[in-house]
Write a new protein. Structure first.
Length: 202
C-alpha cells in the first residue's frame, strides 16, 4: 500500500515511492506475520532463491543455480545464522512451525539487509520455540537495525532498546523498556483491551 501522507526516509534518502523490491535491494528486509516460504523447496533452496535476488544474472536463467557459488554460500551462511545449518536439505514443509519461522528470517538474511522489519515472528510458537527465536533476535541485533512488531511482551522487553506501545492505531507511549514497564497507561491498556508493541533495536 502506498503512503497516504508523510515521508519514508532511509539513509537520508526519500524512499516513499520505491516499490517493495527496490526497498529490498537497498538493504531493507522483512518477514511477515504469516509464514511466507516455498514449502515444496528445501530450506537451502528457499535461501538460495532469496540470495539470487541480489545477483544481476538475467542472462543466466538456464544455468544450474546450485553451481553458482556466491548464492549457495550466502544461503548456507543464512541457514547457519539462524541455527538451521543441519536442516538445509530438508523440505521446508517438513520443518516445525518454529523452524519455518527461522527459515523465513534466514531468507531475509540471505538478501544481506541492514534493516530487518519483523512482523510477529513469535506468532503461534510455544515457549521453547519462542525462547529460541528471542535468542536469534538477540544474536542479530549487533549487525542489524531491527523493527519488531510483537504482542509477546516478555520477548519485546528481552530484545528492545526502544518500545512504542500502540492502542487502536494511536501511540500510547514510547521510550526505554524501563519507562514502558513503569507506565500506568501501558499497564492499563494491557490489562484491558490490549494493544500492539513496536520494538526497536539498533
Amino acid at each position: 500500500m502506498r503512503a497516504s501522507s508523510g515521508q519514508i526516509r532511509y539513509k537520508n534518502e526519500d524512499i516513499t515511492d520505491l516499490s517493495p523490491d527496490r526497498r529490498s535491494r537497498i538493504g531493507i528486509g522483512r518477514s511477515y506475520q504469516k509464514t511466507n516460504i516455498f514449502p515444496a523447496f528445501t530450506a537451502l533452496e528457499n535461501c538460495r532463491l532469496a540470495a539470487q535476488s541480489r545477483e544481476p544474472r538475467t542472462m543466466y536463467v538456464f544455468s544450474d543455480a546450485s553451481r553458482f557459488v556466491p548464492t549457495a554460500t550466502a544461503a548456507r551462511h543464512a541457514l547457519e545464522a539462524v541455527g538451521l545449518a543441519d536442516r538445509g536439505e530438508r523440505v521446508a514443509s517438513a520443518l516445525s512451525h518454529g523452524e519455518q519461522r527461522q527459515l523465513e528470517i534466514a531468507m531475509v538474511l540471505a538478501t544481506a539487509p541492514d534493516v530487518l522489519l519483523l512482523d510477529e515472528p513469535l506468532a503461534g510458537m510455544g515457549a521453547e520455540e519462542a525462547g529460541r527465536m528471542v535468542e536469534l533476535l538477540r544474536k542479530l541485533t549487533p549487525g542489524h537495525a531491527i523493527l519488531l512488531v510483537e504482542h509477546d511482551m516478555d520477548a519485546v522487553f528481552a530484545v528492545a532498546d526502544v518500545i512504542t506501545v500502540m492502542v487502536n492505531g494511536q501511540v500510547l507511549e514510547s521510550g526505554a523498556p524501563t519507562q514502558i514497564r513503569a507506565s500506568p497507561a501501558v499497564r492499563a491498556a494491557y490489562l484491558g483491551d490490549g494493544g500492539t508493541i513496536a520494538a526497536e533495536q539498533s
